[in-house]
Design a protein around this ligand. Sequence first.
Ligand code: HEC
Length: 178
Amino acid sequence: MYKKSALSIFAVLVALCSLVVNSQERVRLGTPISESDLEGFDLVAEPDGTGFPSGGGTARQGKAVYDINCAVCHGANGEGTSGNTIIVGGDMQSEGPPLRTVGSYWPYASTVFDFIRRAMPATAPKSLTNEQAYQVTAYVLFMNGIVGEDTELNANTLPNIEMPNADGFIDRSHILSN
Ligand code: HEC
């Protein structure tokens, strides 16, 4: 009697296990992430120049990239199509609320590049090649009068570009890290 029920409990357990195994096969619980997929998450371009991809580009090359991928939301000349899509002009010294754009607000060109490469176009982030990201960043800076049309943006030149509002921030990181 005892042996019989032990046997049937065992049989039920075996059946359950095979159910679990089968259902795991059916739901396909994922595959390990590949190195190339991981690179897509691991985009970091820091102000000191580390982490920039190879390649480069100019505003002249970036105009076409901009017209096709960005103008629909940011306007033909960066004037925007809504309050938070204005990326040219702006004024941090105005009496009223300041208008923050790439030209008036962003302290580092490297961060602009990193943001565009990571987050734009808003409907298809990371769809630009590194070359296109350099080119279109150059074009956004050019529209703001920060670089020339043929200034080459690359891993070496990007960290050295002086942004108009670079001194408009107070570094409190030494306080926060204590
Ligand atoms: C579908 C609409 C759309 C498209 C296309 C698009 N953007 Fe944007 N972009 C936005 C919106 C909305 C914001 C504001 C996001 C926010 O504030 O979080 C933004 C923000 C930005 C900013 C930061 C602006 C600031 O001062 O904070 C930059 C720079 C930028 N986009 C560049 C680009 C570039 C370059 C392209 C083309 C490669 C592009 N965008 C395509 C909608 C778009």
